[in-house]
Ligand binder design. Structure first.
Ligand SMILES: O=C(O)[C@@H](O)C(=O)COP(=O)(O)O
Ligand SMILES: [Zn+2]
Length: 216
């Protein structure tokens, strides 16, 4: 099996796993990954994460030209902006995960640190998560918003829509976006109960020990 064939299988398998666990429903969400030749494999528009077909993923060459496969996600500008601004990005995932979307609607949420520092893994896997405003799905302005972050954030939350996370590869991006949803779930569950969050010293210790991108 070629590396590309393995990558196609992995994209579809991880997408299906997230769908089956209710992390994104219907035909929501999109996923992309870099190929060895600098191109991209991308989920087609209107497809369900539960039923992605490895042979029908949209394939782009390294210049951004669509080579074959089905019509790509309408969120290509969003995905492309992550690859352009983060040289370490090997994959990008977007979900409509319920608790993250709910948290994005809360009136007092911090736009610079969308997730409260509740557990170590949220900090280690995501760094600081920026809350972006609401955009219409497919609006290329989302790509401009990502470019405006100059590669400093691996994860953003689109208000009233869903999270988007870049990782070094498909597995890392999927693990990180699952952590985003879990942390948002904890935040919603503990909302109004004054949970004890991690202290600044604990956060700094994590950032240092696990080399987390945290300054942005
Ligand atoms: O919310 C949307 O419409 C998109 O962001 C989405 O999740 C699914 O769109 P496609 O990837 O074009 O199917
Ligand atoms: Zn979406």
């Amino acid at each position: 099996m070629t590396n590309e064939a393995r990558l196609r299988e992995q994209i579809c398998e991880l997408a299906r796993s997230m769908f089956e666990r209710g992390l994104t429903g219907g035909s929501t969400g999109n996923i992309s990954a870099r190929t060895d030749d600098g191109g991209l494999l991308v989920s087609p528009t209107g497809t369900s994460f539960g039923r992605l077909d490895p042979g029908r993923l949209s394939r782009f060459d390294k210049t951004g030209k669509l080579i074959d496969g089905d019509k790509p996600t309408k969120e290509m500008p969003l995905h492309a902006a992550f690859y352009e601004t983060r040289s370490t990005a090997g994959a990008v995932v977007h979900l409509h995960s319920c608790h993250a979307v709910a948290l994005s609607m809360m009136p007092d949420v911090n736009e610079e640190d969308f997730l409260p520092p509740l557990t170590p893994y949220g900090i280690m896997k995501l760094g600081r998560v920026k809350l972006l405003p609401f955009y219409l799905p497919g609006d290329p302005a989302m790509g401009e918003a990502i470019r405006g972050l100059a590669g400093k954030r691996a994860a953003v939350m689109l208000a009233n829509h869903g999270p988007v996370v870049a990782g070094k590869d498909v597995e890392a991006a999927c693990n990180a976006i699952e952590e985003l949803e879990d942390t948002a779930r904890l935040a919603m569950l503990t909302r109004g109960h004054h949970p004890r969050a991690l202290t600044d010293d604990q956060i700094q210790a994590l950032v240092t020990k696990f080399d987390v991108e945290w300054d942005a």
